[in-house]
Design a protein around this ligand. Structure first.
Ligand code: GN1
Ligand code: MG
Length: 417
């Protein structure tokens, strides 16, 4: 039985499983995951586990359960899918606080969504609790695991794709949620509506109820100081590879405080924002093409609107993914930018202030530059943070983000909303 990125299909022997898997200790890992899954309130029998390598932080698996309750109409087995994640506790050191934040926010979102039968977002993430009603499970080796319901009939709009441009390499084969190749402008617009609506639904939620798990996450001046320190220390003798990139990022340092200062001086409302509002964190419906849900709530917390707009633009208005090494393929697409912005304003139902709207383009540029700094800092520190597949990976990602930022600078006046 083969479907997609196969990790393990039960019913086959572990010897076969080891041949399918490509990492040492694979069979052991499968046994461990079976044991972990037994701790959660799942339905049916475990049938398959597939790995998903898309995220940079946690280890993610799609797991499939079947129950013998056959559906009356089709006679087929009932299948339930879940997302299982082994949490990266070197980054999220306090999983209890992490899961509590997500629980509070998803509970609020569910209530808001229920109250709006004709609303934009249709579903909130649903945490599957453990048998003893906990939000996550800690195994004997102190690994922390969580389980979510898989949101069916959904896909993520394609990152790194502009309207009309087709590039096969941008397919996210290993995505949890299928990424469609169509790359329609309407999908960018719908994603804008999804994030705009996400902000609107969280408007009444007090940001101080959430723990700030990764302090200074979007404190761009601090990210810059971290970069300067990593470059000057140069513990791994990698600064020599990144002189031009460093000089460019240095040259823009006066721009970095723009959003955080507007926030701290009270010009921007202090809100609950997503803080990792990439295009791949929106789910659209495969049936209607309209927004279904916003996912990946690890970084949910206090912040300012331009942060989320910025992350969405650096992914949604780019013609290539952030891993693309061929910079000729990395361009900024103004049409996508405009569509996303229109969707974002519409989805937020006119709840954005004038100052927030004025600073949205700054969010796009600053968050892209911040991401370039984060990748470069990680490269200079020998990649302790982001998962990488080869030595230059973080440097490539940094160059990619810089290319995008430079293209935004060229057309800057046109980014005004
Ligand atoms: C990380 O793993 P993922 O893709 O959800 C990172 C984001 C970055 C992103 C870059 C907690 O997100 O901030 O923008 O990589 N998340 C964290 O793709 O650092
Ligand atoms: Mg994330």
């Amino acid at each position: 039985m083969v479907f997609g990125e196969l990790y393990m299909v039960f019913g086959e022997s572990y010897v076969e499983a080891m041949q399918i898997g490509d990492c040492p200790g694979f069979a052991l890992e499968v046994v461990m995951m079976e044991e972990v899954l037994r701790q959660f309130k799942t339905e049916g029998e475990l049938r398959a586990i597939r790995q998903n390598k898309q995220g940079h932080i946690h280890n993610t698996f799609i797991v499939e359960f079947v129950s013998d309750k056959s559906s009356a109409n089709t006679g087929s087995l009932q299948v339930r899918r879940y997302i299982l994640q082994k949490l990266n506790t070197s980054i999220f050191e306090d999983p209890a606080k992490l899961m509590n934040n997500i629980y509070l926010v998803t509970t609020h979102l569910k209530r808001e969504i229920e109250q709006r039968p004709n609303g934009i977002l249709q579903k909130a993430l649903n945490i599957v609790k453990t048998l003893d009603d906990q939000l996550y499970f800690q195994d004997e080796a102190f690994n922390c695991w969580r389980l979510y319901d898989y949101i069916e009939d959904s896909y993520t709009p394609n990152e790194g794709k502009s309207h009309g441009i087709s590039n096969e390499r941008h397919t996210k084969e290993k995505d949890c949620y299928t990424s469609k190749e169509s790359g329609k402008l309407s999908e960018i617009y719908e994603s804008g509506r999804a994030f705009g609506n996400f902000h609107e639904l969280l408007k009444g939620f007090d940001p101080l109820k959430l723990e700030e798990l990764l302090p200074d996450f979007h404190n761009t001046p601090k990210r810059y100081r971290d970069l300067v320190q990593a470059f000057e220390q140069d513990f791994y003798n990698r600064a020599k590879d990144a002189k031009a990139e460093y000089a460019y990022l240095q040259s823009l340092q006066d721009l970095y405080p723009k959003i955080i200062e507007a926030g701290q001086s009270g010009q921007l409302p202090f809100k609950v924002v997503h803080n990792d509002a990439k295009m791949s964190n929106v789910l659209l419906s495969t049936k209607t093409g309209k927004p279904l849900s916003v996912i990946d709530l690890d970084t949910i917390g206090p912040g300012y609107t331009p942060y989320d707009f910025g992350d969405a633009i650096r992914s949604g208005a780019a013609t290539a993914k952030e891993d693309e090494a061929d910079l000729n393929k990395v361009n900024f697409n103004l049409e996508n930018y405009k569509s996303f912005a229109a969707g974002f304003l519409s989805g937020s139902n006119n709840t954005l202030s004038q100052k927030e709207i004025e600073l949205l383009p700054y969010g796009a540029l600053i968050i892209t530059l911040e991401q370039a700094m984060r990748f470069l800092t990680d490269y200079l520190q020998n990649d302790p943070y982001y998962q990488t597949s080869y030595a230059q990976h973080n440097l490539v990602r940094c160059k990619n983000q810089i290319k995008l930022a430079q293209e935004m600078q060229v057309i800057w006046p046109k980014l005004r909303i």
